[in-house]
Design a protein around this ligand. Structure first.
Ligand code: SF4
Length: 638
């Protein structure tokens, strides 16, 4: 049995290997609780305030006693950081012979088969000449790389459209029928994952592939003794995405493109096929055109009277069915064409199901509209039961951790949403001295957030605070509209010459780098900067939040869930909306104090924090900062 106290002590194994390591009682207590849960194969839901050092607290017991472990993180960046930096240092410190593997979703690995097809087919699928120039680079990289991870080829931008043509999807992967199967990067990464003691994945991959669907990974979860979710507050959202069903017009256009390529190569004599492909492709595009709105989510009930939509959906069903019939006759000509047949059949099934008149009591049907595409979704009203089944399937330890899971140390909401029963819960406060380091400022005199000029009033209240802090601020907004208005108003403000950065002016990494370099910048952002952002030191001394981050009530999934909870005689606001808001707010507020020496002001503009009965519950869930409503006190603080 290992001695955690000694490992986490000031002169223990970690302090020798990890730069800046400090003994923290919370970290040791957390590691002990995780070790205990692993040994007893329990479920542990653990909240660890900022600065607890939760990564080491779970890595040490995982490496020493976890058996085969899956660690799932919120983003690919965190995944890389864990795999390339944290895991190797802890392994070296503990001197344990565990093997580690990094596994990403298949879209991250170059696919030899589709790369080959694209190289043979440049005149057909690529419109953009610039993009074609990337092909030789990708080809060379695929020849020389061991892992085939596209993040290793920085010459080709991560969002270049070419990647779609040289990576695979679950739909178009030929699996064991593929001529490149033996050298396939996806298969190799999975093999490594199967063999390794510790596998690092992300939540999307975990739900999409490990837990649910992809056959190539069906052995991974059953072989695991321990599953650890970091950033576990994101799970309800991610699980909802993957426990549902969805079909986008882009998937149909991809099917059309791949079928076209296959048809030209192996079925040139069959002239009906190109015609059927073109008609189905047009029907998919026409469906998108029936909805005028852009970048929005709408409930099925909201298109009830859109006759054009329903007619176009019917036509698409017919045309997809025609294509499917033709493919049934031709599929045996090549593995590629057989794959297209299977996809056409599956998409047809999904479309028929979504279109069926019958009510889906436990799902909400809704449409996500993008600029050029449209996605039909059926999302479960609750993920609790589905997730619970997966958890009960076998005996292993499940660890859920994040800085924001509870509401005033109460985990009822999170456990209910995830369907977690019979769990241990624990909470460790941040080791930071919040009353000394931070001030919560709620200005007086602001109108209710539904006021037409609310954002203008917010900016007016924020200006003297921004001047007092000499910039060095994040201005976090709850909507893109408010974000643009804040930017516009600050640009035009008198005697205000701090440099402004607006979300979207570059990648998140680039914006953060610029912000850190300026020592008086103001970064105006929406959702992308509410979490996972770490700016230590004086560069960030003020966080302004325009409104309490309630999810928009007209969101189709949210409103269906609210309706369901209320129809059961429960109170959806208190049970569902408020806890979610508290968790979001805690994430946003958590950007402010990032180490023992940080100081700063959190300004929450929303008057509901003090005027509504639930406001107290919200601010009591935040770290114990000193509170004020006086601008003069804020000025004194700076
Ligand atoms: S097995 Fe799938 S991912 Fe691998 S090379 Fe073939 S098509 Fe691509």
């Amino acid at each position: 049995m290992f001695n955690l106290e000694s490992i986490f002590s000031c002169d223990g194994l970690l302090s020798n290997q990890i730069a800046g390591f400090r003994m923290r009682p919370q970290q040791l207590a957390m590691a002990q609780a995780i070790a205990d849960a692993i040994a007893k194969r329990q479920i542990l839901v653990a909240e660890a305030g900022t600065g607890t050092g939760k990564t080491l607290a779970y890595l040490v017991p995982a490496l020493l006693e976890g058996g085969k472990v899956i660690i799932s993180t919120g983003t690919k960046t965190l995944q890389d950081q864990l795999f390339r930096r944290d895991l190797p240092s802890v392994r070296a410190a503990l001197k344990v012979p565990v093997t580690i593997a990094l596994l990403k979703g298949r879209a991250n690995y170059i696919c030899h088969y589709h790369l080959e097809k694209s190289l043979q087919d440049t005149h057909l699928s690529f419109i953009n000449r610039e993009e074609i120039q990337y092909l030789p680079l990708i080809e060379r990289y695929a020849r020389n790389s061991k892992e085939g991870d596209k993040s290793g080829l920085s010459e080709v931008p991560e969002n270049a459209a070419i990647w779609q043509h040289v990576t695979s999807t679950r739909d178009n992967c030929l699996g064991s029928e593929c001529p490149s199967y033996k050298k396939c990067f996806v298969i190799e990464a999975r093999k490594q994952a199967m063999m390794a003691d510790i596998v690092v994945v992300n939540h999307h991959l975990f739900f999409a592939d490990v837990m649910l669907r992809d056959e190539g990974l069906s052995e991974l979860l059953p072989a695991c003794n321990t599953v650890i979710f970091d950033e576990a507050h994101q799970l309800p959202e991610t699980a909802s995405l993957f426990f549902g069903e969805s079909l986008s017009t882009n998937q149909l256009l991809d099917l059309a493109r791949d079928t076209k390529v296959e048809a030209i190569q192996v079925a040139k004599d069959f002239t009906d096929l190109p015609n059927a492909i073109a008609i189905m492709e047009k029907a998919a595009r026409d469906l998108r055109l029936t909805i005028i709105e852009d970048n929005t989510r709408i409930a099925l009930s909201a298109v009830k009277h859109n006759a054009g939509f329903h007619k176009a959906l019917k036509v698409l069903l017919e045309k997809l069915s025609d294509l499917n019939k033709l493919l049934e006759n031709q599929a045996e000509r090549s593995e590629g064409l057989e794959n297209c047949r299977q996809r056409a059949a599956q998409h047809l099934r999904q479309l028929q199901q979504w279109h069926a008149e019958t009510e889906m009591h436990d799902h909400v049907r809704w449409i996500e509209v993008y600029h050029q595409a449209l996605q039909l979704n059926a999302t479960p009203l609750s993920i609790a039961e589905i997730f619970q089944k997966q958890i009960m399937a076998s005996s292993r330890a499940w660890i859920f951790t994040s800085a924001t899971l509870s509401i005033k140390k109460d985990f009822t909401h999170y456990n209910a949403e995830m369907g977690l029963a019979d769990v241990q819960t624990a909470c460790w406060d941040s080791p930071y001295n919040y009353p000394e380091q931070a001030l919560l400022y709620v200005p007086t005199g602001l109108p209710e957030p539904h006021h037409k000029r609310y954002t203008d009033y917010v900016v007016q209240a924020a200006l003297p605070v921004l001047r007092a802090s000499r910039g060095r601020a994040f201005f976090l907004c709850t909507s893109l509209k408010a974000m643009h208005r804040v930017y516009e108003l600050l640009l035009a403000a008198d005697a205000f010459d701090f440099p402004l950065l607006l979300q979207g002016q570059g990648s998140r990494t680039y914006m953060l780098e610029r912000f850190r370099q300026m020592d008086n910048g103001v970064l105006i952002a929406s959702q992308s900067f509410w979490e996972g952002v770490d700016v230590r030191g004086e560069a960030l001394s003020l966080v302004i939040i325009d409104k309490l981050p309630f999810a928009p009530p007209d969101d189709p999934v949210l409103s269906a869930r609210i309706e369901k909870i209320n129809s059961e005689g429960r109170n959806a606001f208190m049970e569902y909306q408020l806890p979610r808001t508290v968790i979001n707010l805690k994430q946003g507020a958590g950007r402010l104090i990032r180490d023992e020496t940080d100081r700063g002001v959190l300004m929450i503009c929303d008057p509901r924090l003090t005027t509504k009965a639930y406001g107290k519950q919200i601010w009591q869930s935040l770290p114990p900062m000193r509170r004020t409503r006086e601008l003069t006190e804020v000025e004194r603080f700076f």
